[in-house]
Design a binder for this molecule. Structure first.
Ligand code: 5CA
Length: 440
């Protein structure tokens, strides 16, 4: 992508409305724009990051055996009347009428709709287990939308829904998502700690929130500090192994960890004082097992091996991609801007032409840009005629992991500079060496 032809509206000044660093940096880097309170456009740079986050989420959902579909954002109120949540959900739900005066709503979550899809076609235990997910916009008319896309009214959610014949089978499905979440957050460069959580309006018996520790987090959390060093399940994890996944769950729930709603002071005080971590955190995922809470009122049942009908045991599993992007920034930035983990960086490499219009600089940059693009890298080429200082500041602000800098003096020697955004380390090398470093 040539910056001169791209759309990346950088802000020079710090926006006044931004209270936390991620919101400030997302606005300054031209990643998002607020359209009305708590409702955002994702501009091209932000969209690239969001897409990469979603690709990792999708990859790990698929690995764990979940199957993707797509459900609409607008739902009929009837389904919610069946489950009893239409009246219970309160003002957070945006209620709308269509031209026939039929009550509709903009979905805040999809338990009812997915249960309806399930009951319309699954009739036998032989079709279980089943886990269906989508990555879709939601709307919740939050009392206090704030911090940009961290807590917005319209937001994106990956929501998965599992269906099983028995409680034991449903617990295995829960454990699959539990392990998939640990892997997902790890690949996003985050350390997320599962914590016992309240089930709120979703309801149910068993629930964990996945929390990232951050001073700007909205949740107050209490946990054992050893969680910070725990190993994440690797790619050899067998998601069909009941014992294997139970062992992962047991390990990751063996020490104290709870959000303030579920906090047990006495249990926390039993943790040796030096191991206690009381901090603030960002909830990036939340999983629930709620048994037959929806299948009973909505009549979702299957025939079991005993020939009888059984209400299915369900769970739901949410991740917030539009919250994850600012959460990653909260965890990874410096005074100059964002520092993206390579897995979600909007571009892999930025090529900076320090003197656009200078034949040797232009030729060198074109050569590098073409070679790296051909090798499948996402490359941003700063071919604008801005001052070198402005270009450096922009490259640091948008946080691309590698900068290849071509200035007249180095280029005259057949060389460029390669800068690592995270460490700031700079290395001068030949043009060929710079290309080879990033071409596998
Ligand atoms: N049905 C369940 C799981 S699919 C559910 O709705 N869970 S939730 O309410 O906990 O939301 C799941 C995830 O969505 C949260 O962990 C969070 O990451 C994200 N999320 C929830 N509300 C917002 C919001 N207002 N802004 C941004 N992300 C949000």
């Amino acid at each position: 992508m040539r910056l001169s032809r791209y759309f990346m509206p950088i802000l020079k000044e710090n926006p006044k409305e931004a209270e936390i660093v991620s919101h400030r940096l997302m606005l300054r880097a031209g990643m998002i724009r607020q359209q009305s309170q708590g409702i955002y456009s994702w501009l091209p740079l932000g969209k690239r990051v969001l897409d990469k986050v979603n690709a990792i989420i999708r990859d790990e959902q698929n690995r764990a055996g979940a199957i993707e579909l797509s459900m609409p954002t607008l739902q009929s109120a009837e389904l919610w009347q069946e489950s009893g949540r239409y009246d219970a959900y309160g003002k957070e739900m945006l209620r709308i009428k269509d031209r026939q005066d039929r009550p509709m709503l903009y979905g805040p979550t999809n338990e009812e709709m997915v249960t309806d899809i399930f009951r319309s076609s699954v009739k036998s235990y032989k079709d279980l287990p089943l886990n269906l997910y989508h990555i879709q916009l939601k709307f919740r008319d939050e009392i206090r939308p704030r911090f940009g896309t961290m807590r917005s009214r319209e937001f994106m959610m990956k929501d998965a829904y599992s269906f099983d014949l028995t409680r034991e089978a449903a617990e295995h499905s829960y454990n699959k998502m539990f392990a998939a979440y640990l892997r997902t957050f790890d690949r996003l460069g985050l350390r997320a700690i599962p914590m016992r959580a309240d089930t709120g309006p979703i309801g149910g018996k068993l629930s964990h929130e996945f929390i990232i520790l951050a001073d700007t987090g909205e949740s107050e959390v209490f946990c054992h500090k050893d969680f910070v060093g725990f190993d994440t399940p690797d790619e050899r994890t067998d998601f069909d192994s009941v014992e294997g996944l139970q062992a992962i769950f047991d390990k990751w729930t063996s020490l104290y960890a709870a959000t303030s709603e579920m906090h047990d002071e006495a249990a926390f005080n039993a943790v040796p004082e030096g191991d206690r971590l009381s901090a603030r955190g960002i909830e990036v995922g939340h999983i629930f097992y709620f048994g037959t809470n929806y299948s009973e009122p909505m009549g979702a049942k299957v025939q079991g091996p005993d020939g009888k009908e059984h209400f299915v045991h369900m769970g739901s599993y949410g991740i917030g991609p539009t919250r994850l992007v600012p959460a990653i920034i909260e965890a990874s930035h410096d005074d100059n801007g964002i520092i993206w983990p390579a897995s979600v960086a909007p571009f892999d490499i930025v090529v900076i032409n320090m003197k656009a219009g200078d034949q040797a600089c232009d030729d060198t940059c074109e050569l590098i840009y073409a070679a790296l693009t051909k090798a499948g890298k996402d490359v941003l080429y700063d071919d604008t005629d801005d001052r070198a200082g402005t270009k450096f500041a922009t490259a640091d602000l948008i946080g691309v992991p590698v900068q290849i800098i071509a200035g007249p003096r180095a280029v005259a020697n057949g060389e460029v500079e390669v800068k690592d955004r995270k460490t700031g380390a700079r290395e001068t090398m030949t043009i060929e060496a710079a290309i080879n470093r990033f071409v596998a």
